[in-house]
Structure formats: structure tokens, C-alpha cells
Design a protein around this ligand. Structure first.
Ligand SMILES: [Zn+2]
Length: 469
């Protein structure tokens, strides 16, 4: 079983500087690797599959700098044969080639020698993951700026001793031992991350003696609970239970504080020390809100998962689609009002509610307890009458639901949650072909972990995503 523990580090001043330096260097390496892959890819169209754009000479496939998958360097792996005598993965991936080029990087830029080798390798692999996500339909990898590149990962050489940790080439440092690691676990990886108020470490540990969890088959499902996510209330459950939305960053008070602090930044001279000082306060405020939201969401997810049901039915929301800006309206070159200023408030409320993060946490906790999460298409779930099936926009008046056809009435959001539950029920009890598909999905969601609730640390979103996939 894999799990993650997060601690705050207590580095000394030289270690702080060193790690900040590493992050900067690794970011430039990451960006260089990304840029290199893009140029190598584009070269194929200019010069054909096997040629070198730098020397503009023809090259043979064995020594070529460019290969068909956009890789650089020697396109062939050292021959490894499988049982049938065939060559395993004969072509190197772009990541392999960029990793084998690391010694050259150290010769050309000696200061990279100060960084631990596994950290450099993991940095290239990080780009591989970004490309993998892209091929699975998510966005193209981005060049990283200082604000969105703040971490690096060790996979070897990390030692733990009481409340001290040893990071290769950085040295021993203390950390706030807020939660002790249970016995029997081995260290798998260790990610160091810079946040607004200091450095944190996320330690991934594995215990092979604890078996991975196998989810319950859908056939023995007895009870289903439906959830409707919203803004006025964060969650409505189909059994009538409601969970508040504290609106951490969109309350009047939070908005005011943020406005004042942001204004202080913009009134200082650019590049001055005072501007930096107040900018840090803005960052701290954002982090504070984020921490509060995370902790609240774990509590909410726990409440939902621990309710009496085997299956949790959630909406399959397209959040980025909901947060899209309004279309621009023009008339003879002039811009007309398109309602964006009003939409802006709603978009902020949606991102404040952070439904996606909440769903991830529910999936994680559900898998731990052997429960299944099913995602349901929420189309018209709050407009459809549960009595006669009539679907109309005018069925809904704010929080009230009154059917224009038959007069059936109830709380709109609880009704929607019930509709979601019923749709999940029809999938569970539906035709066998559909069942097979859903069952596969349900198994795919479950992470390889089993434990008592609350026994293990709360992993970050990135860790949850890795555990679930
Ligand atoms: Zn009706």
C-alpha cells in the first residue's frame, strides 16, 4: 500500500538558499527540455524524419539527432530481449534520451553538478508525465514560470531519523514531526516543495504487507447516496442532509482584506524591497485560505463517505466549461455589454467552492473504505420532475422546485440529488453491458490502499491523482 505524509521542514539559511537555487536551475532545465522537444518535433516537418537541423545535414537513422517520435540523440536503446527473443522497446523515448544527455549538461554547465542526480532525472520524468497527460487529452505542457514551478523530487538516498531528515547534497535538517510514520513502511519518494511560509516535504511510503484493496462488486450494492454540488450549500445529499459552503475567498471580509493588501502592493515602487514585503503578505493570505479550504473539504468528504451507503453517486461536472468567459459581443467594431462582469462573480464562487478537489477527496476516502464512486451525467437533474418526468427550465424557482405540469414540489437541490441517486440506481440495476462498463470505471477509481479511516495522513491533490490513476 502506498501513502503520503507531509511535514514542514526546518532548513537553515544555507539550505534554504541552496534549495531555492535548485528550484531555479531545475525550472530552466525543465523549460529547456520542453523547448528542445518542441523544436525536435517541428524539425520533422521541415527536414524529414532523419536529419539534424543544427548542422542541416542528412543523417542515417542510427546516428540521427531526430527520430520519428520527436526524440533527440541516439534513437536506439541498448538491446534488451524479452522471452520470445524480440527486442524490447527498441526506440528510446524522448525522456530516456534527455536523461542520458544529463552528463553532457553537467559538463557544459558545471553548476548543475551540485544537484542530486535522481532529482535531475525526476525533473525530466515530470515532463514525460506532462506529455502523457497531453496525449490523454489534457492540455499541452506549459513553460513554467517562477510561480508554478516550486518543487523537486528525490527517489533515492533520503534518510529519516526521529525528527531529522537527510536529503542528498542538501544535508541533514530538522522537520516538525507532526505525525509519526507507522512501522513497517519503506521510503519510496520524497518531494520538497516551497510554499509561501516555508519549505514542506511530502514523503511517499509503502508497506507491501498491507494488501491493496479490491472494491465490492456492484451486484451486492444495497444502498446508494446521491450528491448535488452547489454554491449556496456546498453539498446536498439525497437523504436530505445539507453541508454548508463557508466561501473562504468570496466572503465580503475576505474580499476586502485581499483588496486592501493587493492595493498596498500596487502602490509600492516596482522592484523595491517594500513591494516584496507586502507581496509576501498577499501570498500568505492566499495560502491561509487554501489551508482552511483543504481542511474543511477533508471533513466534508469524510462526512459524505461515512454516511450509510455502499455507492456514492456524484455529478460528472465540466468545471472548466462552467467557468468559461462570456462570448464577446460587438457592433461595428464597438464592444457591447455581454454580462461578463456579472459572470466573473459566479466564476470566482465556483473556483472558491473547488468541487473538483472535493470530488478527488471523496473518491480517495471512498476507496479506503471499500465504497464505490459513480459519476453521473447531471444534465437537467434540477429541471426534471421526479413525479411525472416533465423537464422544463421554469420548473425551478430559486431553491424551490414546482412542476408546471403536475404541481409536484420539493427542495430543488435535494430533488436534484435524488435524481442523481436514481440515475446511479438505474446504472447499477441496468442492462448488463452498461453494468460492465461502469464496473470497470468503479474499479479504476479505487486507489491501492486499505486502512482505517483517519489513520493515515492527508495527501495533496497531486498525490491523490497519482494514487487513483
Ligand atoms: Zn411533474
Amino acid at each position: 500500500m502506498l501513502t503520503n505524509y507531509i511535514y514542514k521542514l526546518r532548513p537553515n539559511q544555507t539550505q534554504c538558499l541552496k534549495m531555492a537555487n535548485w528550484v531555479d536551475m531545475l525550472r530552466s532545465q525543465y523549460n529547456w527540455c520542453l523547448g528542445d522537444r518542441i523544436t525536435q518535433y517541428n524539425q520533422q516537418f521541415i527536414q524529414g524524419n532523419y536529419s539534424d537541423i543544427r548542422t542541416k545535414s542528412e543523417a542515417c537513422p542510427l546516428t540521427s539527432f531526430v527520430s520519428k517520435n520527436g526524440a533527440t540523440g541516439n534513437p536506439w536503446k541498448d538491446s534488451k530481449f524479452d522471452k520470445e527473443g524480440k527486442v524490447k522497446n527498441p526506440r528510446r523515448s524522448a525522456g530516456d534520451i534527455q536523461i542520458t544527455a544529463l552528463p553532457e549538461l553537467k559538463i557544459a554547465r558545471p553548476w548543475y553538478g551540485g544537484i542530486d542526480l535522481t532529482v535531475l532525472q525526476q525533473n525530466v520524468k515530470r515532463l514525460d508525465i506532462a506529455y502523457k497527460n497531453f496525449f490523454e487529452g489534457r492540455g499541452f505542457p506549459k513553460f513554467k514560470s517562477r510561480s508554478n514551478f516550486t518543487s523537486f523530487t528525490f527517489v533515492m538516498g533520503v534518510k529519516l531519523q526521529g525528527s531529522k531528515i537527510y536529503l542528498p547534497k542538501v544535508g541533514w535538517m530538522r522537520f516538525y514531526n507532526s505525525r509519526s510514520i507507522p512501522n513497517g513502511f519503506t521510503l519510496k519518494a520524497c518531494t520538497v516543495r516551497k510554499r509561501q511560509n516555508g519549505w514542506y516535504v511530502s514523503i511517499r511510503i509503502e508497506d507491501k504487507s498491507i494488501p491493496d484493496y479490491i472494491p465490492k462488486p456492484l451486484d451486492d450494492v444495497a444502498k446508494i447516496i446521491g450528491c448535488d454540488l452547489g454554491i449556496t450549500k456546498l453539498v446536498h445529499l439525497s437523504d436530505g442532509y445539507q453541508i454548508d459552503n463557508p466561501r473562504f475567498s468570496t466572503t465580503k471580509k475576505a474580499k476586502r482584506t485581499l483588496r486592501i493588501r493587493q492595493r498596498r502592493v500596487s502602490r509600492k515602487i516596482k522592484g523595491s524591497k517594500n513591494r516584496k514585503k507586502v507581496a509576501i503578505r498577499v501570498g500568505r493570505f492566499h495560502q491561509n485560505i487554501r489551508d482552511k479550504r483543504q481542511s474543511y473539504q477533508w471533513k466534508v468528504a469524510n462526512k459524505i463517505v461515512s454516511r450509510n451507503a455502499d455507492v456514492i453517486a456524484l455529478e460528472d461536472l465540466n468545471i472548466s466549461g462552467m467557468m468559461r468567459r462570456c462570448k464577446v459581443k460587438t457592433d461595428k467594431g464597438r464592444f457591447l455589454k455581454n454580462g461578463q462582469s456579472r459572470k466573473k462573480g459566479l466564476n470566482r464562487a465556483i473556483s472558491d467552492a473547488a468541487w473538483g478537489d472535493l470530488v478527488l477527496k471523496i473518491e480517495y476516502l471512498a476507496a479506503k473504505q471499500g465504497k464505490i464512486v459513480i459519476k453521473i451525467n447531471p444534465k437537467h437533474s434540477s429541471q426534471e420532475c421526479r413525479n411525472c418526468g416533465h423537464t422544463d427550465k421554469s420548473n425551478r424557482y430559486g431553491e424551490k422546485f414546482i412542476c408546471v405540469e403536475c404541481g409536484y414540489h420539493e427542495h430543488a437541490d435535494i430533488g436534484a440529488a435524488k435524481t442523481i441517486r436514481d440515475r446511479a440506481l438505474s446504472i447499477v440495476r441496468g442492462d448488463s453491458a452498461k453494468l460492465g462498463v461502469q464496473h470497470l470505471n468503479a474499479q479504476k477509481i479505487s486507489p491501492r490502499s486499505k486502512s482505517k479511516r483517519g489513520e493515515f495522513g492527508n495527501p495533496s491533490n497531486r498525490d491523490i491523482k497519482e494514487a487513483i490513476s
